[in-house]
Design a protein around this ligand. Sequence first.
Ligand code: PEP
Ligand code: CO
Length: 451
Amino acid sequence: MAKAWTPTSWQAFPVNQQPEWPDQGELDRALKQIASYPPLVFAGEARSLQASLAQVCAGNAFLLQAGDCAESFEEFSANNIREKLRVILQMSVVLTYSLGVPVVKVGRIAGQFAKPRSSNMEKVGDIELPSFRGHIVNSDAFTESARTPTPDRLVQAYNQSAATLNLLRAFTKGGFADLSRVHAWTQEFVASSPEGQRYEQIASEIDRALKFMRACGVDTESNHSLHETNVYTSHEALLLGYEEALTRQDSLTGAWYDCSAHMLWIGERTRQLDSAHIEFLRGVGNPLGCKVGPTTDAEYVLELCEKLNPARIPGRLTLISRMGADKVEDALRPLLRAVRDSGHPIVWACDPMHGNTVTSAGGRKTRVFDRICAEIDGFVRAHKAEGTWPGGIHVELTGDDVTECTGGADNILDSQLDDRYQTVCDPRLNGRQSLDLAFTVAESLRSTGLA
Ligand code: PEP
Ligand code: CO
């Protein structure tokens, strides 16, 4: 029987990947300030997302979770948020149209700041400094003062999340996401490309379908679902002090919610069964994700399901598989089988990014577009073989024309990575590659007969 949960009960458990804040007093002050601020999201919204994820769980919807590896304090502007939203809306149109099911849209946005690192220190030449842990902790510049964890950054991350969420709500409810604007979501650099043109065809079909509905007497004007949409927020719940400070009791149900985002996930490096991260997240009512890498076995997954979703609520738990293209089929099948046979309701999503990171000849961290697609294919084949629903994808992308992942339709080469390599952490798909990926996902599901 699990011990009683409180928002602070995680503090008695082993905790990984927390920064070494130099001044405990400053940290306490920053967290106290955040605890006194309003919640960023509301419990009812988290419950709506969970209900939508329950539809994914039942095979009646598809999850698109996407955004930055790490949001940046420097790249913070309306443009930046709008471009990311555009590409998410475009991918969602492609997926909805091709799969024939609703797409649940969740951004890695409005709070995706904190990064786990494989090493506490980074060495360049003779100099060794603390690793960059995301702008919520320190700066990516390689100087001692930049790398020193600064608690004020926690407050800045809260403020940036609030402003980002405000704009997202305005865009998604205020006309930008109106289906009649489906053509206007294409960025200039995408429009002329083959995938841009493929998208245009779908957009034109949607126009025709809307006209057809109106001609048949359907009142498309007053139908909200054609004019606005929901884009939920999510991030890795890594800094437990920050998450605790935003954890509030819902006045309607009395349940606790982590109001820093609608959905929170546990990363590959902090998912140990006895960890503080699992302890913290088991007690909040939000829908949860947990990454599962290639070393995961079936016994672990079943225990994880019992810990995070003992009541077996559909939509509560999403397992995000990040195996690597070569391993995914063999590594995932036993997990799918075990979960299926246990009767646990799980959303299975494919993160085709984190198991396929390589270093380019020039020393850049990159990902090859074809390997990303290959992981998705393997993920879909594994589900086909086990009779389960490949519920969604979890990807790192930006709307901008960056050169961070190689390959894709415009065949970015290793030698071009330096041109526009802008990420503060992992390499992201650019706008064209993202759209291309949506078509790949649709084809993968269709060719296996799953859509
Ligand atoms: C991430 O999603 O950015 C990440 C660090 O992933 P993982 O925990 O799967 O390595
Ligand atoms: Co990443």
